[in-house]
Write a protein that binds this ligand. Structure first.
Ligand code: FES
Length: 621
């Protein structure tokens, strides 16, 4: 059997029990990584490199054959009793593992959706006091450095050699080696081990967020966000892809604008955190497939037309300089670019799933990232199904008459009774418009008080005076269209100047929620489950964070589950990017997701249109 054939016969995951805690991990990872990946700490001072011999574990039943390191670390009796080094033992079958209590406390950080991540960043620093060469010691400068990094076994880049000789001599052979993953990227004079930073980017179509992280402690040092400078090319990915199809120069322009956005943010977080650019050795980027293609300068055209093909799911090695960050972080900083499942389930979703721990939880959970394109993932640690539903621009405010982004002045919460309504406005400002969460709340309220019937039509003025006497006066006409006024501008202003919800706006929301609901219903059917089996619904993305769980359930945007089961997960894409910088194991977990998620295409489903139409009405009271 060839290695490839043999690999194909192996299970994707194996079951492990660490001190009675059951976990499922990818086949073939070390038990040290498997434990660490699940937040279970095993003693270590070398981080899994096989040099400290502290990662003691016991496998009493049918232990694996000892490695040469095990034989050096343990007595023959201990070997017989099943003691092994966790960083050398591989997870190749279901195993029970005993982990002794810790003698040292590993550093950990809480990231993602309540995830405890044990710190093991790719960026490692070692302070070295080297012996000066002599006529009797003719080792080269590089050999001298690498010999002291034998537990990391890095390869060196040519660029390091160009300055190595001078650095060693000027620093009296007291230097710090900077290794990222398996590459020696720099040798710095003196002891700089206390300073190592990374930047996690959430590269959104609308908004880009950067978090500067101290990689030694896992602490966020500074956070900044800004609008994506590609905005003038269109609000959504389709218009930006179209721009590259119509203008041969647009791809370069879009790439440069994305690079400028990232660079500006990198400078801002470094300035805010008091960090020098050359102290940032790695960045991570989580973005949808189109944003990732554009920032890497890859033609996005195949993403925009059937059959919607990615240039690559996994990108080859990328440097921060390839993202236009050359001058604003360390010249040879590395970049982690999150891989995508498909053209419309991108790296932002891979990062989001990593942050939410969907692949490690026994409960069936539903992950919904609501935007112009809505990504939906259903599953647990044994299986994951993903799909993308074209929700349209209703939630971004673009298709809504008085719609706006969730910024100062946007109505984000609407509370309604038959007699009155109250509004909550972002920034406590004069209302300027209605953002996605306010839109969902307003429609939910109107359905609940009965001013909208379940088909989504406003009832007549006469009926309104009976059903909701305190609100009936707000049901009016602007031009030919029936509207519900949420905020009057005050005396002297025309009705047209008010903030209102039109009949057409309600229709836009119905289309969006029907597309999303059809998506998760098809996934539930595919899994042979019903809404009652869903133990948690995670609302992701900036829109999901604002959305009221009760309203989302009320209009049928998410399954009808008890309200506490619907949780706002926040900016999970950015959290996933942070995790990739803080832990190599988590990074590997993100890659493993590519093998574990099965993509379900909605558009070629028989009866999709009928299902969509069935979902248009609002659930009746
Ligand atoms: S973790 Fe140090 S030897 Fe295994």
């Amino acid at each position: 059997m060839t290695a490839v054939e043999e690999a194909a016969t192996q299970p994707v995951r194996v079951n492990l029990v660490f001190n009675e805690r059951a976990v499922r991990v990818p086949y073939g990872v070390t038990l040290f990584d498997a434990a660490s990946w699940n937040g279970i700490a095993i003693d270590s001072t070398c981080g899994g490199h096989g040099t400290c011999k502290k990662c003691r574990i016991k496998i009493a039943a049918d232990p694996p054959a000892p490695t040469s390191l095990d034989i050096r670390a343990y007595t023959p009796q201990e070997i017989k009793d099943g003691w092994r080094l966790a960083c050398r033992a591989l997870a190749t079958r279901d195993t029970e593992v005993e982990v002794p209590p810790l003698t040292t406390r590993p550093k950990a950080a809480t990231v993602g959706v309540g995830r405890q991540v044990i710190l093991r960043p790719a960026v490692q620093k070692r302070y070295l006091e080297l012996a000066e060469p002599t006529l009797g010691d003719q080792a080269s400068d590089l050999e001298r450095v690498l010999a002291r990094l034998d537990d990391l076994e890095p390869r060196a880049e040519l660029a390091v050699l160009t300055t190595l000789g001078r650095t060693l001599r000027e620093a009296d052979y007291k230097v710090t080696a900077v290794v990222v993953d398996d590459v020696l990227i720099a040798v710095e004079p003196g002891d700089t081990t206390g300073r190592r930073f990374g930047i996690a980017f959430d590269l959104g179509t609308t908004t880009v967020v950067a978090t500067l992280l101290d990689l030694s402690t896992g602490t966020p040092v500074a956070v900044e966000s800004t609008l994506n400078k590609q905005q003038p090319f269109g609000a959504d990915v389709i218009t930006r892809i179209s721009a590259t199809m119509m203008d041969p120069g647009a791809l370069d322009k879009l790439r440069n604008l994305a690079a400028e956005t990232l660079a500006e943010l990198a400078q801002a977080v470094c300035a805010q955190g008091g960090v020098q650019p050359q102290e940032v050795y790695e960045v991570a980027v989580a973005g949808n497939a189109t944003m990732t293609h554009l920032v890497l300068g890859i033609d996005p055209e195949p993403l925009g037309m059937a059959p919607f093909i990615l240039s690559a799911r996994l990108y080859p090695e990328v440097l921060a300089a390839d993202l236009g960050l050359g001058g604003v972080v360390h010249q040879r900083a590395r970049a982690v670019v999150f891989p995508a499942f498909g053209a419309y389930v991108g790296g932002d979703i891979t990062a989001g799933l990593l942050a939410s721990g969907m692949d490690r939880d026994a409960r069936v959970r539903l992950f919904v990232d609501i935007g112009t394109n809505c990504e939906i993932v259903l599953g647990n640690r044994d299986w994951l199904l993903a799909t993308a539903a074209p929700a349209g621009p209703a939630f971004e405010g673009a298709a809504i008459k008085c719609g706006m982004r969730a910024a100062d002045g946007a109505i984000e919460v609407v509370t309604m009774t038959p007699d009155d309504l109250s509004l909550k406005v972002i920034g406590d400002a004069e209302p300027l418009g209605l953002c996605g969460s306010g839109l969902v709340d307003a429609v939910t309220g109107l359905v609940r008080v009965g001013l909208l019937d379940s088909s989504g039509r406003f009832i007549t003025e006469d009926e309104a005076r009976v059903r909701a006497p305190g609100l009936a006066g707000r049901l009016t006409r602007i031009g030919k269209e029936r509207v519900f006024v949420l905020h009057w501008r005050g005396p002297g202003h025309a009705a047209e100047d008010s903030i209102y919800l039109s009949q057409r706006d309600v229709r836009e929301l119905q289309f969006a929620k029907a597309a999303i609901a059809t998506g998760w219903q098809i996934l539930l059917e595919e899994a042979g489950l019903t809404a009652a089996d869903v133990k948690q619904v995670l609302l992701a993305g900036s829109f999901g964070s604002y959305l009221s769980p009760a309203s989302a359930i009320r209009i049928g945007l998410v399954p009808d589950v008890p309200v506490p089961r619907v949780v706002s997960a926040g900016n999970v894409a950015g959290e996933g990017a942070k995790m990739a910088l803080l832990s190599l194991r988590e990074r590997a977990g993100g890659l493993a997701l590519l093998e574990e998620v099965r993509y379900v295409e909605l558009s070629d489903r028989a009866g999709f249109n009928d299902r969509f139409v069935e979902q248009l009405p609002f659930p009746s009271c």
